[in-house]
Write a protein that binds this ligand. Structure first.
Ligand SMILES: [Zn+2]
Length: 314
């Protein structure tokens, strides 16, 4: 067995999800009333954190929630021995503890300890999902939260349709021809940035099928072999990125579907020299590129002074 890969950001067993307790109404009520319980607020899809004295997630006591909860709380589980719920904080902007701020987790996650970034990502995903399932998709009646916020149940007698948290699987793949890596860019990205090929899995399709189709649609490259790499929760808003490595069966690039502005083959020297700007370090895309790079030349991409690493300041 090869050595295990490092965990992707937002992934890992950092939390006991306590899923069997979600349907135990008495336990949930006691947990909500317990002053030791903590709440992970989400405000307009932003997460509460502080940058000083060291970056950290900010969890709140019930008393700090005021009108925001906990009636709308969603059980996350037991985090470092503490029961945690997510809660959506409604406008207007709440009064915050000193040094705390709401921030876009996509930009701030790389600052935080791995486990705390994961907890905030989970809370963000649950709040986003629930805010979009307030009405029954089958009959249009209002829903109500059940199972400690993990199910939205239709309130209309005779319907009772249950909606569960939704995840949208997407493949992301580092394609290599043996010497070079295939990277593409969208027109909206910062100038010069390239990334691995990615796209959503469609109904009736396996993950491997999606890899072959997406690479062909976006770059006209035929994929010959597909191998699983790792996965990453990506709650922006609700994706699960499933990462692969693939070997190219052809080398001639085109961008027929227009999703990518450009796609190219990059050598180790190109990447070491800063020709492609690289994706954020917390993304599985960067992990796929860095792992390929290490295998290709024996050096860590993070240590390459000439590489164009992502910068949050841009
Ligand atoms: Zn219904």
């Amino acid at each position: 067995m090869p050595a295990p890969r490092p965990r992707n950001v937002f992934a890992g067993p950092y939390l006991d999800r306590a899923s069997v307790l979600r349907r135990d109404d008495a336990w949930v009520a006691a947990a909500l009333a317990d002053p030791a319980t903590r709440y992970v607020p989400v405000w307009q899809s932003q997460s509460l954190l502080r940058r000083e004295p060291e970056p950290a997630a900010v969890l709140l006591e019930r008393a700090a929630l005021a009108d925001a909860g906990p009636g709308e709380a969603i059980l996350l589980g037991r985090y470092q021995g503490t029961t945690c719920f997510a809660v959506e904080w409604q406008a207007p902007m709440p009064a915050l503890p000193p040094a705390a701020e709401f921030a876009d987790l996509r930009l701030a996650a790389w600052l935080l300890p791995h486990d705390e970034a994961g907890l905030l990502a989970y809370a963000r995903a649950m709040v986003y999902w629930r805010a979009r399932h307030r009405y029954c998709g089958a009959c249009g009646a209002p829903t109500r939260a059940t199972s400690a916020g993990h199910v939205m149940t239709c309130t209309r007698e005779g319907c009772g349709t249950e909606s569960f948290p939704r995840i949208d699987p997407a493949i992301i793949v580092l394609v290599s021809d043996g010497e070079r890596a295939l990277l593409g860019r969208q027109a909206s990205w910062p100038a010069g940035r390239y990334s691995t090929i990615a796209g959503f899995v469609e109904p009736g399709e396996s993950l491997e099928d999606a890899v072959v189709r997406e690479v062909r649609e976006e770059t006209a490259i035929d994929v010959a072999e597909v191998e699983y790499h790792s996965s990453q929760p990506w709650p922006f808003p609700s994706s699960l990125m499933v990462g692969f490595r693939a070997r190219a069966g052809s080398t001639r690039i085109a961008c027929p579907d227009g999703e990518l502005e450009d796609a190219r083959w990059f050598t180790v020297a190109d990447i070491a020299g800063g020709t492609p700007g690289l994706p954020p370090p917390q993304s599985i895309s960067f992990r796929l590129i860095a792992d390929w790079y290490l295998e290709a030349c024996g050096r860590r991409l993070e240590d390459e002074r000439g590489a164009r690493l992502w910068s949050a300041q841009r």
